[in-house]
Design a protein around this ligand. Structure first.
Ligand code: SF4
Length: 374
């Protein structure tokens, strides 16, 4: 796997020879873009932080991998922490940061001591005076959102804030801050070092009704069926969910779909961080939707009404449908509610909390109707 290659601080040495501007230009030239879902160009983000007027700057590695079905950051932290730490060193050097944080998902506390040991080893080998602190979150999904991460590290409640200002100009403690996720930062030394590094290689997390769930490395643009068949589906796949926020699509209809963000959008889903959860034809989409709705109802941070109240109502309605205690017209009400939550919620969590349901009602409406008839 490309992502597991070690660079043994050679990329950091090369970055120092290039100088901060040189390394930013190289990252821009190589075309590295954020792997957390938004795909913002990494070099451009670094340049904005470097050019912002400030006496201090920070780098934050977002290791708050909370999306259901996503476990690639954990694999990187376990198998290639050295290259991740080298990526943090290069990013900090490029933007002029003296302190960096790794915001570790609360559920990944078990990785903290080994990662701390690696940080000490790598910093001492690199003879760097950069400080890297691991900050363990409390397990809130919303803290994957960058303004909520900032609030959490600052000791406040992990609530998202209005943007602008963006973290590149007004970030941690009001200072310009780079926030990149684990996969992005691990790719930095690889992009700096290797001529054959490919910006279009992605990590796929495939799970659900498959024999071989796991992390697979594949180029952007392969067909959906190629990715899914690699994980050996158990029985006939009925639907593929792109995590929970990315929505779902019927497998047979979209089996030849190219896995690229713009193509997946045409199927009314979001590729995001390339998470795919396979649902076999033996399952009812009503049960899957109810399960996902429980997740969002639990994770809603409560700041805004559409998401706080709406996710509770969606769950209650789905539970009614599940037990055959709903009326046919409830399906339309559920659809309307899902659209309102999407359109009126404050942050990305609420805006995508019902994507799965909107798609499910479009592509698998019969599953809902059948449950009502029973
Ligand atoms: S959309 Fe949900 S998670 Fe986001 S601010 Fe509103 S209540 Fe919180």
């Amino acid at each position: 796997m490309q992502i597991l290659k070690k660079t043994n601080l050679k990329a950091f040495e090369k970055a120092k020879k290039l100088g901060p501007e040189g390394v930013i230009s190289l990252i821009k030239e190589k075309g590295l873009a954020g792997r957390g879902g938004a795909g913002f160009p990494t070099g451009t983000k670094w340049e904005m932080v470097r050019n912002a007027e400030a006496d201090e700057r920070y780098v934050i590695c977002n290791a708050d991998e909370g999306e259901p079905g996503t476990f690639k950051d954990r694999m990187i932290i376990e198998k290639n922490p050295e290259t991740l730490i080298e990526g943090i060193l290069i990013a900090s050097y490029a933007v002029g940061a003296k302190k960096a944080f790794i915001y570790l998902r609360g559920e990944y506390t078990c990785l903290k001591s080994k990662l701390n040991k690696k940080i000490k080893e790598v910093l001492s080998k690199a003879k760097s005076d950069l400080k890297i602190e691991i900050f363990v979150g409390a397990g809130a999904y919303v803290c994957g959102e960058e303004t909520a991460i900032l609030a959490s590290i600052e000791g406040k409640r992990g609530h998202p804030k209005v943007r602008p200002p963006y973290p590149t100009t007004y970030g941690l403690f009001g200072k310009p801050t780079v926030i990149n996720n684990v996969e992005t930062l691990t790719n930095v030394p690889l992009a700096v070092m290797f001529d054959d590094w490919n910006k279009d290689t992605r990590l796929h997390c495939i799970s659900g009704d498959v024999e071989k769930p796991g992390v697979y490395e594949a180029p952007l643009g392969e067909k959906l069926s190629q990715a899914i068949e690699r994980a050996k589906p158990k029985g006939k796949p009925k639907a593929v969910y792109f995590g929970c926020f990315g929505g779902c699509m019927p497998y047979e209809k979209f089996r030849d779909l190219e896995l690229r963000p713009e193509k997946v959008c045409e199927g009314e889903c979001m590729l995001g961080s390339c998470t795919m959860i396979v649902v076999s034809e033996k399952r009812s989409i009503v049960d899957v939707a109810t399960n996902i709705a429980k997740f969002y109802e639990f994770e809603s941070c409560g700041k805004c009404t559409p998401c706080r109240e709406g996710t509770m109502r969606v769950l209650a309605m789905l539970q009614n449908i599940s037990v055959g205690d709903a009326k046919p017209e409830d399906i339309d009400t559920l659809q309307e509610l899902a659209e309102v939550i999407k359109e009126t919620s404050f942050c990305g969590l609420g805006q995508t909390a019902t994507s799965h349901l909107i798609n499910a009602l479009k592509f698998f409406r019969k599953d809902f109707e059948d449950r009502i008839k029973k």
